[in-house]
Every structure is written in structure tokens, then in C-alpha cells.
Design a protein around this ligand. Structure first.
Ligand code: FES
Length: 86
């Protein structure tokens, strides 16, 4: 199971699938993350990904800026730890 590390917040957790997406994981750790629609449309939840990879199980409509990804509708992919700048 990959670990998800929120770099600036100094928080981390193993991804065990108990949260629906990375935004909810961050919130469960008490991190104050921006969001809007929570449906992959508005891009309010975009964050810079430092390393690792993620995927969008249900796709997304909004396009994040280069180097950023939408946390509200994504989950880690692969075995490498996922480091998020937030
Ligand atoms: S909160 Fe709107 S795209 Fe994630």
C-alpha cells in the first residue's frame, strides 16, 4: 500500500481505501484543503504533486494546471508513495 504524504502539512497516512479520494484523506488528517464542487469540475482542489502517481477512477471534467492534480476525485496508483505539496 502506498503512503500518501502531505509535505507542507507534515502529515502522512497509508492509503487503505477507507477514504473515497485524496481530498477526503487529507481532511481526515485535519489538513485544511481548498475545495469547491468535489466532483472534478471546478479545479479548486488542485495541488502540486511532488512525486508518485495517482489516477481518476471516474475521470474528471476540470483540467488542473500543469504539474497539479485534482484531489477530490483521485486516488493513489502504483506502489510508490505519493507526495503532495500541500
Ligand atoms: S473540488 Fe471541484 S474539482 Fe475538486
Amino acid at each position: 500500500m502506498p503512503k500518501v504524504i502531505f509535505q507542507k502539512s507534515g502529515q502522512e497516512a497509508e492509503w487503505d481505501g477507507s477514504e473515497d479520494n485524496l481530498l477526503e484523506l487529507g481532511e481526515s488528517l485535519g489538513i485544511d484543503l481548498p475545495f469547491g464542487c468535489r466532483q472534478g469540475r471546478c479545479t479548486s482542489c488542485q495541488q502540486t504533486i511532488v512525486s508518485g502517481s495517482l489516477e481518476y477512477p471516474d475521470g474528471h471534467v476540470g483540467e488542473p494546471d500543469p504539474g497539479k492534480q485534482l484531489l477530490c476525485c483521485s486516488v493513489p496508483s502504483g506502489e510508490e508513495d505519493l507526495v503532495i505539496e500541500a
